[in-house]
Design a protein around this ligand. Structure first.
Ligand code: CS2
Length: 498
């Protein structure tokens, strides 16, 4: 089979079962700047926009992808080499692969090399929407105080260096300032991260920064920038070398960084686009008045469910989510956690069949073709925990309801943080707080409750006697009996109570 390096000139040669953009990419103008061109963005928003661009009347809505961190050099180089093109490989439930080259990223910038170009692009009058996937930890929230973290050295850097920022807050502030000065008009900032009320969070954090760094800009922002909340969903494992090799072998495409994902896709947004938006309904995006209940459901069930399976699975020595969730002990534990400790806090979901949603979620986790990595799921747990699991714990505690499964998972995470699974193999931990977690996890070996004193993650949770006691008991049980025995016992107890 002939092999083609993926780029503009090879596009028309790719016919072997691969769909390609049939619109003229040269006519597409950038209307959206997206920050954080990771796998998720490329499996989700960029895919929706690609679909949209097939209707030529939408040609004002191309994407400029911004790689913000020096760590993102590789994705920038890849996009540049491939004219912004990449292959999206959708793994259907029966294992069939649907391959589609995505063409919606028509420009790309590497912020560390050209901060000015990024600011100018964000401030360009044609740009009407700035979207973000900057991860749960990217919003610079101090979990202990609930306020913007001005102690972050990168924020201190941005306050001193207007024209060469490194954080999203520095970039957005300078871009909005330039929009104001050059009359570029209003703009929508749309967060696509897994955070409850992600639009409100973005607004709150950005305004805190602006109030300090550029207070004169506040009025302009309040009249010219909107921050809709949104809920995003599509499981997108990390691309592995066999994905790249398979694409080359079967389809002849040499793509340095294809993206693989599940077939499920969902995007629910509040319709508050101050500077207009494309007709996203036409490609299946749902618009609602209040996205909060959907976001709460998704974060509390799916994302928290992922962390539950990931942490327990990792300690038991599994490496993928499907392997772990199809272990009956973990699968039952997950189902019980979702039913007993999360479902009671969900409301205002008229028309939503929660039982079906939970079943679909478990089917999605169990999909053997996806092979989502536990390492991916457990990465940055210190940022995910306060967004996915702890809000549920607080609500349950407030109404004196069950928290034992959550306490157990957090106890398992304290042991996980020591760096070894129950087979005594090293765990590949990737977490911005890794060293702090390890230090705290070591202290917890003598007195488990000390783990909860990590305020940057747990806020004031350690003040709850009910929770700390459940946590300490779970910790001791795991140390004495191992995860599997403990969860089998918890599963039996839940069954007896039903
Ligand atoms: C995952 C998410 O990062 C995680 O822990 O739960 O990446 C999840 O796969 C997506 O939010 C699915 O929409």
């Amino acid at each position: 089979m002939t092999h083609y390096k993926l780029n503009n000139s090879s596009l028309n040669q790719l016919t072997a079962g691969v769909s390609v953009p049939t619109y003229n990419r040269e006519n597409v103008k950038t209307g959206i700047v997206h920050v954080g061109v990771g796998g998720f963005h490329r499996a989700h928003e960029a895919m929706y926009i690609d679909q949209l661009l097939h209707d030529e009347s939408n040609s004002n809505w191309g994407i400029c992808g911004v790689a913000l961190l020096s760590f993102d050099q590789k994705i920038y180089n890849t996009l540049k080499d491939q004219d912004g093109l990449y292959t999206l490989v959708v793994k259907e439930l029966d294992g069939t692969l649907t391959k589609r080259v995505i063409g919606s990223i028509v420009e790309y910038l590497f912020a560390p090399d050209s901060p000015k170009a990024v600011i100018e692009k964000m401030a360009h009058p044609d740009v009407k929407i700035i979207t973000l996937t900057i991860t749960e930890g990217g919003y610079n929230l101090n979990e202990a105080t609930g306020a913007f973290n001005f102690d972050n050295p990168q924020i201190i850097h941005d306050i001193k260096n207007d024209d060469a920022p490194i954080t999203i807050f520095g970039y957005l502030t300078q871009a909005l300032k330039l929009r104001k000065e050059s009359n570029s008009g209003a703009v929508t900032i749309l967060s696509c991260d897994n955070i409850q009320e992600n639009g409100h969070m973005t607004k709150k954090m950005l305004l805190s920064y602006v109030a300090f760094a550029e207070p004169d800009l506040l009025d302009w922002i309040s009249a010219n920038v909107s921050f809709p909340n949104s809920m995003v969903d599509r499981i997108t494992p990390a691309t592995i070398p066999t994905d790249i090799a398979e694409l080359k072998e079967v389809s002849g495409i040499e793509d340095q960084w294809p993206v693989v994902c599940e077939s499920f896709q969902q995007w629910v947004i509040e319709d508050e686009f101050i500077a207009g938006r494309p007709n996203l309904e036409s490609v299946g995006v749902q618009f609602v008045k209040n996205v909060a209940p959907f976001e709460k459901m998704k974060l509390g069930l799916l994302n928290a469910g992922h962390s539950v399976v990931g942490i327990l699975g990792s300690l038991m020595g599994y490496s993928t989510i499907d392997e772990a969730v199809t272990d009956p002990a973990i699968g039952t534990f997950l189902a019980n956690y979702l039913d007993v400790e999360v479902t009671p806090i969900l409301r205002d979901l008229e028309g939503m069949d929660l039982t079906a949603y939970k079943q679909t979620l478990i089917n999605r986790f169990s999909n053997i073709y996806i092979k989502d990595q536990i390492d991916r799921i457990c990465s940055e747990t210190s940022a995910k925990m306060p967004k996915f699991i702890l809000p549920t714990v607080h609500e349950q505690l407030k109404s004196n309801k069950a928290i034992s499964h959550a306490a157990f998972v957090i106890a398992a995470w304290a042991i996980y943080s020591l760096g070894f699974n129950e087979k005594k193999e090293a765990i590949n931990i990737k977490d911005a707080l890794q060293e702090t977690l390890l230090a705290q996890a070591k202290l917890a070996q003598a007195n488990p409750k000390l783990f909860l004193e990590l305020e940057a993650v747990f806020g004031n949770l350690s003040h709850s006697v009910i929770f700390s006691d459940a946590f300490a008991k779970a910790y001791q049980n795991i140390v004495s009996f191992g995860v599997e025995k403990c969860i089998v016992e918890m599963n039996n107890n839940t069954l007896n109570q039903k």
